[in-house]
Design a protein around this ligand. Structure first.
Ligand code: 5RP
Length: 222
């Protein structure tokens, strides 16, 4: 295992302590979350089940014997656990490297607490080094790309990739993300955008950062 994987695994293990006994947990997507699912499997009798943010996580949860519920049946969740591609100390995030951003945003919005798990390489002063994913309705791809270029970005179609919702992804480089809350709103207003991978209007509540010397906990209230 690489040192980065070890840090992801530590952050994922720390997130297990944030779960409610007998409750439902929202589960994100990605390699860090996979460590979380593997940890969850060892304590599955202590949770009622999970709501998943992707087909990939659903398969992994079910393979571990964890019941997966539809969000409409589950209602509001106590806690959502997910990774990120970038995170700031204000707990604003860029997500969607794995292409699951829309369902991730929905499950995060439906959860009282969002616990984000990352390794220290994801912690940044300002968002924008990682290309910003934008999920788009396929017929709107060209239109949305032109609007993103007007905002100063360089959008690239993630060719060959189709989201769980049947849509396309544009990865946008070169955006100046000085105000993540404003930019999230602006991009989400473009016709044809399903959602942008900025999580600033609903940021994480707790950020667990795996580092070479242990897990650092950052909270929104701090
Ligand atoms: C998927 C995501 C992931 O949380 C993000 O890409 C981080 O992935 P990983 O844990 O593999 O680094 O947003 O859509």
């Amino acid at each position: 295992m690489t040192s980065q994987d070890l840090m992801k695994q530590q952050a994922a293990a720390a997130a297990l302590e944030h779960l409610e006994e007998g409750g439902l947990v929202g589960v994100g997507t990605g390699s860090t979350v996979n460590f979380f699912i593997d940890g969850l499997a060892k304590m599955r009798s202590r949770i009622a089940g999970a709501v998943s943010s992707s087909e990939a996580s659903t398969r992994r949860l079910r393979a571990q014997g964890i019941p997966v519920l539809d969000l409409n049946e589950a209602g509001e969740l106590e806690v959502y656990v997910d990774g990120a591609d970038e995170a700031t100390r204000r707990l604003h995030l860029v997500k969607g490297g794995g292409g699951a951003l829309t369902r991730e945003k929905i499950v995060a919005a439906a959860s009282r607490r969002f616990v984000c798990i990352v390794d220290e390489q994801k912690l940044v002063e300002r968002l924008g080094r990682f290309p910003l994913p934008v999920e788009v309705i396929p017929m709107a791809r060209g239109h949305v790309a032109r609007q993103l270029a007007r905002l100063g970005g360089e959008p690239v179609w993630r060719e060959g990739f189709v989201t769980d919702n049947g849509n396309h992804i544009l990865d946008v480089r070169g955006l100046e993300i000085a105000d993540p809350v404003a930019l999230e709103g602006e991009i989400n207003q473009v016709a044809g955008v399903v959602t942008v991978g900025l999580f600033a209007r609903r940021p994480a509540d707790v950020l667990l950062v795996g580092t070479s010397t242990g897990v650092v906990t950052l909270t929104r209230d701090a």
